[in-house]
Ligand binder design. Structure first.
Ligand SMILES: [Zn+2]
Length: 120
């Protein structure tokens, strides 16, 4: 995921996170149709293909990730307004030279940070 985010910078990168029982099994990068450093729009065809793949493999959509190459570390107003699925929003930001990821749960117009755990 970080490779994809880093390679797309300074444009925002985006994609889906699939898994089961709250455990991530697969990260699926999706082309940012907006090709913008400030916003992302998932390529609808790639997104559809990814959803089909997730279902065919018996997994669930756990999260959506995207990057903020120049910050902020939190969900933007646009992110909050455009959050379409009830899944964790993973935001990669590069505000202090290195990338870091934060998870947010967006509901009713507010973003709440969620704890992410790295497991092998
Ligand atoms: Zn954003």
């Amino acid at each position: 995921m970080l490779d994809h985010v880093h390679n797309q910078a300074p444009l925002e990168a985006c994609g889906l996170v699939a898994g089961k029982n709250d455990q991530v099994r697969r990260v699926i990068p999706i082309r940012n149709q907006a090709q913008s450093p400030e916003r992302f729009v998932m390529d609808p065809y790639e997104q559809l293909q990814a959803f089909a793949w997730i279902e065919a493999n018996g997994l669930e959509l756990l999260g959506i990730f995207h990057s903020h190459p120049t910050g902020p570390e939190t969900a933007s107003q646009t992110d909050i307004a455009e959050a379409a699925y009830e899944v964790v929003q993973l935001i990669w930001s590069r505000t202090r030279g290195s990338w870091q990821a934060c998870g947010f749960w967006i509901e009713n117009g507010t973003a709440t940070e969620v704890v992410l755990q790295i497991v092998d």
